[in-house]
Design a protein around this ligand. Sequence first.
Ligand code: NDP
Length: 318
Amino acid sequence: MQSQPEHITCLIIGSGPAGYTAAIYAARADLKPVLYTGLTPGGQLTETTEVDNFPGYPKGITGPILMEDLKAQAERFGTQVRFGMVTEADLNANPKRIWVDETTEITADTVVISTGASAKWLGLENETRLRMNAGGVSACAVCDGFFFKGLDVAIVGAGDTAAEEATYLSKLCKKVYMIVRRGEGEMRASKAMQHRVMNTPNIEILWDSETSDVLGKETVEGVIVKNSKTGESKTLNVTGFFVAIGHKPNTDIFKGQLTMDDLGYLQVVPGSSKTNIDGVFAVGDCADKTYRQAVTAAGSGCMGALDAERYLASAGVH
Ligand code: NDP
């Protein structure tokens, strides 16, 4: 049983680029930040291979090394990085009350939420295996499309993300198969995006289609697609498989306290990281359904720390 909860000036929840960047800035401002990593230290980037679009790495860098570097940079200025999952929060309390791993209570003057979002996957066994082995299964065309230059790929999904990513891939790849589970005319993407996809010659839309399996031992060698109307199956000879069936922001524990949109993305005052609760800031993918890039997450992490610093100064706490 804890007697007195530990008190923290600046608590950062989440260990992706947004969280670590917030930590770098908060530590340098002497806010003595404590960062809880969540269950996947390093976040989504630890599941990718090469990151070629993060500025400052002309030869590229792997996702795991980038995250180790960001962690080391945050620790260099005194951030305490702790493994643990924030499981409950009372953000309206003063100071804010947070529970880690359901047991440890802490209090905080400011909270920077950088809990990220998780890509949804189909859940096929080979999809998971090849994704984990960096074998050509990806949820981010902007990140990984480049590796399939001049090759054939498939993408599953029919929302704006899938349409946008299919268009992006069509500029790099020879052919893009778009696997849509609904019938023609029922695509979820906006009309403008649908038109763009349909008018791109090297995108072939497979309507009423479901992915039954991803083939390949080390890397993707094909995808089996079944037409739900005719029952027929066929193999697409592709070397890349992109999944764009939506993301889920990791914000469930803040429901009822923080303003979020209908998908669960935290809403902030435009041009800032301020949420509807004073002293609570949201940065990175948990508050961004549009860009979702490591560099935009890092940029917003910086904003979160600066907003926290200014809040503490105006409240006379720091
Ligand atoms: P959405 O939830 O809008 O779309 C997900 C798509 O994936 C749907 O077509 C859905 O099919 C399909 N899907 C879901 N599960 C499966 C499955 N198991 N098998 C096959 N297909 C599946 O997600 P998005 O990421 O596309 O978009 C999220 C939000 O972000 C939306 O509000 C979107 O408008 C917005 N956005 C805006 C952009 C812009 O304005 N430039 C760019 C990107 C996103 P079904 O339709 O059958 O349910």
